[in-house]
Design a protein around this ligand. Sequence first.
Ligand code: AMP
Length: 417
Amino acid sequence: MSGFSELKLIAPILNAVHAQGYETPTPIQQKAIPIVLSRTDLLGCAQTGTGKTAAFALPILQLLSEKGQGAAPNRPRAIRCLILTPTRELASQIGESFAAYGRDLPIRGTVIFGGVGQRPQENALRNGIDVVVATPGRLLDLMQQRLVNLNALEIFVLDEADRMLDMGFIHDVRRIIAALPKKRQTLFFSATMPPEISRLAEQILTRPTRIEVAPPATTVELIDQALYQVNSNQKTSLLIHLLRDAGISRSLVFTRTKRDANRVAESLSDFGIASEAIHGNKSQSARERALANIKSGRTRVLVATDIAARGIDIDSVTHVFNYDIPNVPESYVHRIGRTARAGQVGSAVAFCAPEERGFLADIERVIRKRVPVLKTPLGLGIESRGNSGGGGRRPRGNSGRRFGGGRGRPQGASRQA
Ligand code: AMP
C-alpha cells in the first residue's frame, strides 16, 4: 500500500509503520503529517482513537532525524521534543508508539509521570534524551529541581488539552509552557475547544494550520448505543446477567467512583467473571498489570473510573458499559469512544437509574440523538420511558458484528438465567 509513502515519510519510518500493520493513513494522519513536516504550527481538533498519536509521532521522528544533532562527544543530547499528555497511561502509550515507530532511528525517548520513583527518570534524563513524553505534575517537579533542561526544545506537543483543563492541570501546563523557548514548533490537540482552551491555543500557537477530524458525534456513529432503565441497586445484577454472554470478549465498565469500581469488580469476580478495577488509588504497577491482563485476555472486564480510563488504548473492546450515567456529557462520549476504535465497530450500553435521567437528557442533546432503550431482562428495571429501541434486544457477542440496528433477535425468557 502506498498511502504512507505518499506522505513523504522516510524508509525507516515507513518500515516501522508497516510492521505495525498499518496500511492506510487515517484522516488525521493524512492531514497532519504534511503540516508537521513543513514545520508549521498545528491546531488539531481530534480525540484518541483517530490515529492521532502516529499523526504527530511519525513526522516528529522524521524532523528530528533530518536535523539530528547526534551525541557529539562533548555535547550531551538535549531534549528536542516534549509531549505533554494528561495521564500516565496515555504517556506510556505515546512513549511506546515513539519507540515502535522510531525503532530504526537513533532517537532516544523517555516517559515521565508521577506515582512512581523519580530516580529512573532522573537517570534517563541524565543519559541524554531527544524526546520526552510527560504528564504535567512530575515534569514540573523535575523542572523545579533543575533536572530537566528544555532550552534546546524544538517541538512541543500539547495533547488532550481539554482533558488537561478538566483534570485541573491547566496551571501546571501554563507554567511549563512559560519555560519553553519561544522559537519552536507547537502542535496542539484537543477533542473539544471550550473557551479557555481556544484562548490557550491562540496564546501559544503561531499562525497554526487548523485541522479537524471525526468530531465526537461522528465517532459516536460507529458505536451501537443502547440503554437499560434500572434502579441503582439492580445494576450489578444486570451487568452480571449481560456478561454471561461469552461473546462479550473484552469490555470496559465505567463507574463514577473508585469505590464503585472496586465493588463492581469484586462482585463480578464472585460470579466467576474475570475482572479487575483500575482507578487513581491503584498503584502504577497494579494499573499496568490490570491493563496487561485485559489486553492479553486474562481478564474479560476492566472496571474503570473516568480519569483512570482516559485515553487508554485497548484494541478490540467489544462493549463499553456505563454503569452510571456521567454528569458531564463529554465524559459519555469519551467513555464510549473506548470501543469502535480505529474504524472497528462496538457497542455501548448504559444503565440509567431514575435519578440519572437529567444527565441522560444532557448527553442526548450533545450527541444529537436519543439512545434506544432496551427491554430489561429478569424483571429488573423500569419501563417508563418510551421504548424507542428494538424491545427485547440485548447486547450480543460481537464477532465483528454490531448489535442492534434492527438485526437484534428478541430475547426469549427461556434464555434468561
Ligand atoms: P490513537 O488515536 O493514536 O490513540 O490510535 C488509536 C489506535 O489506532 C491505536 O491502536 C493505533 O495503533 C491504531 N492506528 C493508528 N494509525 C493507524 C493506521 N493508519 N491504521 C490502522 N491502525 C492505526
